[in-house]
Write a protein that binds this ligand. Structure first.
Ligand code: HAM
Length: 453
């Protein structure tokens, strides 16, 4: 038997109803905060993540699914015609299109491990700054080669949002940070998740981090040979990343290291205080976590995670922060930004609502009875579905008992019998399955009768 690859899983009904409930709810919330959807490719050039997320991060150094593009020749050799050069280029309705050509041969590509770098790439590529402040959201799969466990998958889903734009549009303001955090509290509340903890920190600006890294280097020097191989490397290349270490034996050493809070300059300190001030005003509770540095290199100033007790070891339901220098690092203009990504898999795991409670069961199951009745049943089903009823159908080959069993199994509220006599009389036997009550209803009144609970 061929199984789904390690770390991936099939999302099946009725669980998919929960996913759809979550996605519909978050779309509503995003609308209320004036966010608009962006869809970027699920693979990008590897360089984007190396430069954006950072070479020394676990994500880039260990977890990416990367391959070398075989170029156009490989596609045509498998029998498909090569794409004509003339189709590459912009089409204003379908979005701009990067056509495949031989120039792609050997290009290193990577399944996106996260989507902030892709969104900022799109911001630069499409000059989105012309629109002022951009409030963008996305929902989609991400890929990381991690060791699978509960709440940790190799293909997982993120619901994310980014606010990015020129400083003149207010993108650098602490008001944006607070708005994002307040949005998240609202969003979790709307999907029914309580008991979350907002952990907050400021990771400062690059100048603060240079000082902090130097202090870390000094603090690590006498102890680093007792730490894991990764930490020994990080201590030289990017000491801040030592805080990503999960090795239990290293934790007592990490606990003694200085924290970034001691190195924040005036601007970062004021920004951080302003964010907390607005959070207090809108009554969003938070806990400061001075060791929270986040596992991606692009963060500056505000960094945060929301955790949830029900999740066990993988307790971060979402994470995010400010990335004011990312656009410039990727060759774009100055464009301060802040965003977050929710792990949708983890969000669904934390829901108290059951799939059963959000799934919409059939209002009526139509049982065609006897030869030629599939045709009549199809007509009745079509009429009823026009009234926004959920309708399912049996088959004229089924005995009535089998139709009842099928209706019961799918949890239909009513069963409707469509036999020759009913069609002649233009009135149908409608049975309420829970109460057993059966009535004959003229065709024109069926929908109205079924809509009544
Ligand atoms: P991240 O912290 O790497 O941040 O991921 C965000 C969330 O994605 C995590 O809190 C977790 O819930 C979920 N997640 C990460 N890895 C896995 C996995 N292997 N399996 C299941 N869920 C996972 C980012 O990705 C940033 N791009 C967030 C951001 C947006 N920062 C600014 N804007």
């Amino acid at each position: 038997m061929i199984k789904s690859p390690r770390g991936t899983r099939d999302l099946l009904p009725p669980d998919t109803a929960l996913w759809n409930f979550v996605e519909a709810t978050v779309r509503d919330v995003f609308r209320a905060y004036n966010f608009h959807e962006i869809r970027t490719p699920i693979f990008e050039s590897t360089e984007l993540f190396a430069r954006g997320v950072g070479e020394e991060t676990d994500i880039v150094s260990k977890e990416m699914f990367t391959w070398e593009d075989r170029g156009r020749g490989a596609i045509s050799s498998s029998g498909s015609p090569p794409r004509s050069k003339s189709v590459s280029g912009a089409d204003s309705r379908s979005g701009s299109f990067s056509g495949a050509g031989d120039s792609d041969r050997g290009q290193s590509l990577t399944l996106r491990p996260e989507n902030t770098a892709g969104v900022v790439r799109a911001y630069i590529e499409h000059k989105l700054w012309d629109r002022g402040l951009n409030k963008l959201f996305y929902i989609g799969p991400q890929f990381r080669r991690e060791r699978p466990q509960k709440g940790r998958y190799r293909q997982f889903y993120q619901i994310g949002a980014e606010v990015i734009g020129p400083a003149a549009a207010g993108s650098q303001s602490p008001a944006r940070d607070a708005e994002i955090l307040e949005l998240l509290a609202t969003l979790l509340d709307r999907v029914g998740i309580t008991n979350w903890t907002l952990e907050l920190n400021s990771v400062g600006c690059p100048a603060d981090r240079a000082k902090f890294n130097e202090a870390l280097r000094q603090a690590l020097a006498p102890v680093v040979d007792k730490m894991c191989a990764d930490c020994q490397r990080r201590a030289v290349t990017n000491p801040l990343r030592v805080f990503d270490c999960k090795v239990p034996a290293d934790q007592p050493i990490i606990d003694t290291l200085p924290t970034i809070s001691q190195f924040l300059d005036e601007d970062c300190r004021t920004h951080y205080e302003a964010v907390k001030d607005i959070l207090n005003a809108v009554q969003i509770p938070y806990q400061e976590n001075l060791r929270l540095v986040r596992g991606l290199d692009y963060y500056q100033k505000t960094a945060f995670e929301f955790t949830h007790g029900a999740l066990g070891a993988q307790n971060a339901i979402l994470g995010g922060g400010r990335y004011d220098g990312l656009s410039e690092d990727l060759g774009g203009p100055a464009a301060p930004g802040i965003g977050f990504a929710i792990g949708e898999d983890r969000l669904v795991l934390s829901l108290t609502a059951s799939a059963e409670s959000v799934v919409r069961k059939p209002d009526v199951y139509i049982a065609p009875l006897g030869a030629g009745m599939n045709r009549e049943a199809a007509r009745v089903a079509r009429e009823l579905r026009r009234h926004d009823l959920v309708v399912d159908l049996g088959d004229e080959a089924f005995r009535l008992k089998k139709s009842f069993e099928a209706a019961d199994k799918m949890g239909a509220r009513y069963i409707l019998i469509v036999g020759e006599n009913e069609v002649k009389a233009n009135a149908f036997a409608l049975k309420h399955l829970a109460s057993g009550e059966q009535v004959t209803v003229p065709r024109g009144q069926l929908a109205e009768r079924i809509v009544q609970k």
